[in-house]
Design a protein. Sequence first.
Length: 72
Amino acid sequence: MTSFNQSPLATPQEAAEFLRTTTKSLNQDRYLGRGPKFVKHGPRRVLYRWDDLRAYVEANTFQRTDDRPVAV
């Protein structure tokens, strides 16, 4: 398993593992303008800040199924 704090920036693979999803899902979320914030490094490189990944999880943590999401 990856150590989630080796670098201040996570690769899409590390972010997907942390969020228990796939890189394809993260790609789709970026395209649709949802999901965690990300950093563009150059024309094609995408990275995620660990703080943004944790904030995304926190903003999408609910007490009940009918709770509304909090905008991040």
